[in-house]
Write a protein that binds this ligand. Structure first.
Ligand code: ZN
Length: 245
């Protein structure tokens, strides 16, 4: 009979054998060292806040793109931002993941703000504007289905987008329109509608959560506040999506 301990040991040894490290490559030791440095730099924060519950100022819904890290982009410390990221920052009603995040953020954490942040040079948005080669492995893949949601945004705004001839400007506008549509998708959710109705009943208070559409420029690091007026659109949406009397 094989000794499970020695088998485990063999397995461990093979798992631990480091691959050859080429120039510019990281391995887990680099990440652990990065963590050690980060803990040292933030020692004071852990003393003051490490044992407390989270009380984030906002829910951030952003793209998974590595160039758009939520906290850094808005200059917020650890604990300030509740984060959900996916390809092209989509709010999809059939996505249990994002709906769970929004439910928890709104009804338990009671975040006063939800930010949807898209970004220019977004690979997801570009892919949704492109045709796929017939022999591509992407055909029929989950990402194709996911990007259908952006193709829907493109169809909704086809008149405006078709009038833009410059491909880069067209991409940028679709990024912006996609952010606006995802903000509208947030207003369609029952958990958001309920909390907004309840908070607006307090005299002089804003309905919460407030929803903001932002776009990040990966070339400059600047955020653009689309400052879209959702009030009029919410009235139009209300006919179809309002869930409460
Ligand atoms: Zn992206």
């Amino acid at each position: 009979m094989e000794d499970p301990i020695s088998r485990k040991g063999e397995f461990k040894m093979s798992m631990d054998a480091p691959p050859e490290k080429g120039e510019g490559m990281f391995d887990i030791a680099d990440f652990m060292e990065g963590n050690r440095r980060w803990v040292e730099e933030n020692e004071e924060w852990f003393k003051l806040h490490g044992h407390k519950k989270q009380e984030p100022k906002c829910l951030w819904i952003g793209c998974s793109d590595a160039r758009v890290p939520a906290n850094q982009v808005i200059g917020q410390p650890v604990g300030a931002v509740f984060v959900h990221r996916n390809i092209a920052n989509l709010v999809v009603s059939a996505d249990m993941n994002i709906k769970s995040v929004i439910q928890y953020a709104v009804s338990v954490l009671k975040v006063p703000h939800i930010i949807v942040c898209g970004h220019y040079d977004c690979g997801g948005v570009k892919a949704a504007m492109a045709k796929t080669p017939l022999d591509s492995n992407a055909l029929g893949s989950p990402i194709e289905d996911w990007l259908h949601n952006i193709r829907d945004v493109s169809r909704l705004h086809s008149d405006e987008l078709e009038a833009i001839t410059d491909p880069d400007l067209k991409h940028r506008r679709l990024v912006e329109l996609n952010v606006i549509e995802q903000c509208l998708n947030i207003f369609k959710l029952g958990v958001v509608q309920r909390r907004r109705l309840m908070t607006s009943q307090v005299a002089g208070a804003w309905a919460q959560p407030r929803v903001h559409g932002l776009v990040y420029c990966t070339e400059t690091g600047r955020l653009i506040n689309l400052a879209h007026d959702f009030r009029a659109e919410r009235k139009k949406l209300g006919k179809h999506y309002e869930l409460f009397q």
